[in-house]
Design a protein around this ligand. Structure first.
Ligand code: 5GP
Ligand code: ZN
Length: 115
């Protein structure tokens, strides 16, 4: 647990956050500034600042998160139409919270240019 990390605080239930899903490895909650009708953040409980900090020992966790993303996409009803899983890294990648997380986006056409 990192003292000044927003997502550590959320995962630690120090902030009042409604979890869509939680278990011993991850918490999932709605993005405060949604970019699509479904916009969830899948956040590992482990504090890993960026994708660049992933270690061999985190391989299973990343796979776990993708399987969970697929499951949540089905549950949210966006699986068939299509969805996006995004993880931003560092400034030009658009990362603003330095605790890795995976955006699950869907419920609208995300194609660009629109297909
Ligand atoms: P990033 O820009 O690092 O890829 O994603 C961070 C995301 O966290 C942004 O989409 C932002 O809207 C979301 N976010 C930032 N602070 C909070 C918060 O306090 N609560 C929730 N639910 N989402 C947050
Ligand atoms: Zn953290």
């Amino acid at each position: 647990m990192m003292q000044d990390c927003l997502f550590c605080k959320i995962a630690n239930e120090e902030l009042d956050t409604d979890f869509v899903y939680q278990d011993d490895k991850v918490v999932v909650f709605k993005d405060i500034n949604p970019q699509a009708p479904v916009h969830l953040l899948i956040v590992p409980r482990k504090h890993i600042p960026t994708i660049l900090d992933l270690k061999e020992e985190d391989k299973e966790l990343v796979g776990y998160i993708y399987l969970l993303a697929a499951r949540l996409a089905r549950e949210e009803g966006i699986a068939e139409d299509g969805f996006r899983v995004v993880s931003n890294c560092n400034e030009q990648g658009g990362q603003t919270v330095f605790h890795i997380h995976f955006h699950l986006l869907g419920g609208r056409n995300l194609q660009w240019p629109p297909g």
